[in-house]
Write a protein that binds this ligand. Structure first.
Ligand code: ADP
Ligand code: MG
Length: 235
């Protein structure tokens, strides 16, 4: 697939998706794994990366499994640190450091080998990743399409708007917000999507139901929702 045809008018790449969100623990890894498996099942040669991990490599292992063997674990996740803290602090603790250029070079090399690459950040959009850069810097350097994971509960409209507002305008226009249902739905879960579209006209919003907590295989209930996310990402 030619790279040029993969860019929007604003120069944002449709074939590189950066999965970030409002926080850690919001469902980025689950969504990235399910989406990668779904894209592959649809015939797209997609892989997922988790360039930086700290405090264990569980995310990278889940994505490695979802990739179906297309990449070695060390390619999915070249930088991993023991301390369960922000990667930049965990790296310092080990006397190491990662630069934005190194991460961009790795992710860019992978994008040349596959039709679609999903990159999972660490923490939320403004969480620090390495020396002098955070998730937003990496997203922007990659000219990636932002996929924003937001828990669908009271407060979601504020959280989604804060994250959207932290993106430059062209990226805001291309961002896809995934509202992830929680195990127990509160009253706001029913109105968040419509209120968010009212306040942020044009923003692409996809609901994701609460599914079985597994990154292996795709629960049937999730397939329609994943189809919708794919449609939005490619639209
Ligand atoms: N849509 C969902 N359905 C069921 N469980 C989910 C869903 N999204 C996330 N989870 C659960 O929430 C927890 C955090 O998800 P995870 O993907 O690891 O978050 P993050 O990558 O943002 O830190 C995991 O235990 C996961 O199983
Ligand atoms: Mg994760």
């Amino acid at each position: 697939m030619k790279q040029a045809s993969q860019r929007t008018a604003g120069g944002i790449r449709r074939n590189v998706v950066f999965v970030t969100g409002t926080d850690t623990g919001v469902g980025k890894t689950m969504l990235t794994a399910w989406l990668t498996r779904h894209l592959r099942a649809l015939g797209t040669d997609a892989v997922a990366l988790k360039p930086l991990c700290s405090g264990g490599r569980d995310d990278a292992k889940a994505l490695h499994a979802a990739n179906g063997g297309g990449l070695a674990l060390d390619e999915v996740n070249p930088w991993h640190f023991r301390l369960p803290a922000a990667p930049v602090l965990a790296a310092r603790r080990e006397g190491r450091g990662v630069t934005l250029a190194e991460v961009v070079a790795h992710a860019s090399a992978v994008t040349l080998r596959f039709e679609m690459v999903l990159v999972e950040g660490a923490g939320g959009l403004l969480s620090p990743l390495g020396e002098g850069f955070d998730n937003r810097d990496l997203l922007m350097a990659l000219r990636a399409t932002p996929l924003l994971v937001v828990p669908n509960r009271l407060g979601a409209v504020n959280q989604a708007r804060l994250v959207l507002g932290a993106l430059p305008k062209p990226l805001q226009k291309r961002a896809v917000v995934v509202l992830v249902d929680q195990r127990t739905k509160d009253a706001a879960a029913r109105t968040n999507a419509s209120l968010l579209s009212e306040l942020e006209p044009g923003v692409l919003i996809c609901p994701l139901p609460w599914l079985e907590a597994t990154a292996n295989g795709i629960p049937a209930r999730g397939v329609k929702a994943l189809d919708e996310v794919v449609k939005r990402l490619q639209g």
